[in-house]
Design a protein around this ligand. Sequence first.
Ligand SMILES: C[C@](O)(CO)[C@H](O)COP(=O)(O)OP(=O)(O)OC[C@H]1O[C@@H](n2ccc(N)nc2=O)[C@H](O)[C@@H]1O
Ligand SMILES: Nc1ncnc2c1ncn2[C@@H]1O[C@H](COP(=O)(O)OP(=O)(O)OP(=O)(O)O)[C@@H](O)[C@H]1O
Length: 275
Amino acid sequence: MLVFPNAKINLGLNITEKRPDGYHNLETIFYPVPVEDALEINILNEGNEKFRLHQAGMEIAGEAENNLVVKAYKLLDARFNLPPIDIHLFKHIPSGAGLGGGSADAAFMLKLLNEKFNLGLATEELEDYAARLGADCAFFVRNQPTYAEGIGNIFSPITFSLKGYQIWLVKPDIFVSTKDAFARIRPHRPDRSLKDIVQLPVEEWKGIMVNDFEESVFPQFPAIGEIKEEMYRQGAIYASMSGSGSSVYGIFKEDASLPEVNFGEKAFVYQGKFE
Ligand SMILES: C[C@](O)(CO)[C@H](O)COP(=O)(O)OP(=O)(O)OC[C@H]1O[C@@H](n2ccc(N)nc2=O)[C@H](O)[C@@H]1O
Ligand SMILES: Nc1ncnc2c1ncn2[C@@H]1O[C@H](COP(=O)(O)OP(=O)(O)OP(=O)(O)O)[C@@H](O)[C@H]1O
């Protein structure tokens, strides 16, 4: 069975307060984007290990045991004693990008196992398991536009669509530490909730819908801020960094023609349409 875990972007991100446990409360909107990994599982009929992970595409750091698809398998295996599986993961979503690629893989693995082995888990149960693997992981179970609050783990659905608009996504070869990015922020409550802002026409988002991380990340890594400026120069109706970076997206009208711009040899660039 083969699935295509997709990335997400954050539409706005307000860091509202620092909590006694060191984490931060925030509000953001997760929106699915059609940049995808590929994930396949088959029953493993040889050898005596529980799983084998074959990875291709972009490299990700760390041991197989730490891969979130393996963690997802182990989580359900502990309850259901699953058959051994052969896992093929093709990475296309850049890591450390604020695109949630690892979380998407994990959530899609949970859904895949549920279906392949007829585990009968309801959506809510899948979300509970996903939440144990990462704060934004549960979003990918439903994979619908979602307003998130708390530490990014309390969800409510929102109805609006970017269908028809184009997206231009760039991840430069720059690593931003999420932990450091949070540490540099002075949390504050926004004047207006994202829930309201997102209902305005996209043309009106500029200057109102804000990602608080930009204020701390752009001065440290000016090249990331320059990508955002370039997108506006090229006619974006809205542009922003996603999550704590380092990726930046621009939203363009359906009929805009997007140019080829060199953001560096190692940059990841995607141009496509929202589905
Ligand atoms: C900023 C977002 O990208 C928004 O989508 C995510 O909340 C970040 O999620 P993530 O990359 O999975 O980050 P995690 O691995 O959970 O957290 C990394 C570090 O960021 C800080 N952290 C994270 C989430 C949060 N609500 N408050 C925090 O202060 C903590 O120091 C934590 O140790
Ligand atoms: N299947 C996986 N794909 C990518 N990264 C994984 C995976 N499993 C574990 N990881 C680890 O998770 C880290 C974060 O990867 P991820 O792709 O979720 O990036 P991110 O852009 O930081 O996501 P977020 O939007 O949650 O901040 C990687 O550095 C990697 O070590």
